[in-house]
Design a protein around this ligand. Structure first.
Ligand SMILES: C[S@@+](CC[C@H](N)C(=O)[O-])C[C@H]1O[C@@H](n2cnc3c(N)ncnc32)[C@H](O)[C@@H]1O
Length: 199
């Protein structure tokens, strides 16, 4: 008997393959933040690969908010933007923030919001009717303020006409950047990220 697909997996390949099994039977058409292609170690490669800073052959340099793709041609699209804010120098890193050395981030939260909102609108343009948009995101705490990015993304996507189909949770394998370097802890340390699936 086929095993039931769950909403939580320890490995992101299991989540991505679950999304394919449930919603994208032909695999993903496009990844607009391809990065190092970590997503596709055990997952079929997307047909179109874009990143603003291509790291691999076959990845086309493009901004996720302005894709070199015609209107309404894709069945599915994957978006995994940076989730950190207050990153001063992108790939050069920001002090001890390990993740910032690998992936660019934003300075202010409204810059993160603009990137999400504009990419969601662009996704709407390039996706066919009933196309699938997959977004990986993570909530963050900065200066003792909680930014509930996954809830915001659901709202931003709804504004653009997308409906949430599924929400997967990926527990962190490693330590994520800490908002609590010294003093009394005021918030739970965030140890998970989300894969949101929209139609
Ligand atoms: C979290 S990483 C993606 C990791 C990727 N999913 C993987 O499996 O390796 C974020 C990526 O977004 C890219 N990026 C940042 N801003 C972008 C933009 N405006 N348009 C396209 N890609 C962007 C970065 O260059 C980085 O490669």
């Amino acid at each position: 008997m086929r095993s039931v697909i769950k909403s939580v997996y320890e490995d992101q390949s299991d989540i991505l393959n679950s999304i394919i099994a449930l919603h994208c039977p032909d695999g993903f058409d496009c990844d607009v933040t391809y990065g190092n292609g970590q997503f596709y170690k055990n997952v079929p490669q997307p047909t179109y690969k874009f990143d603003i800073d291509p790291q691999q052959d076959g990845v086309i340099g493009a901004c996720s908010t302005n894709l070199p793709i015609r209107d309404k041609v894709l069945n599915s699209l994957v978006f995994d933007p940076p989730f950190l804010t207050y990153v001063r120098s992108g790939r050069e890193g920001n002090g001890g923030m390990i993740m910032a050395k690998r992936f660019a981030g934003y300075w202010r939260y409204d810059e993160l919001e603009d990137h999400y909102r504009n990419t969601i609108v662009e996704s709407k343009r390039v996706l066919k009717k009933d196309g699938i948009m997959v977004i990986k995101c993570q909530d963050i705490i900065h200066n003792h303020k909680m930014h509930c990015t996954h809830a915001n993304v659901i709202q931003w996507a709804a504004t653009a006409g997308f409906r949430l189909l599924d929400l997967f949770v990926l527990p962190a394998k490693h330590r994520l950047p800490s908002p609590n370097r010294a003093g009394k802890q005021k918030h739970a340390r965030i140890f998970h990220s989300y894969f949101l699936v929209f139609k």
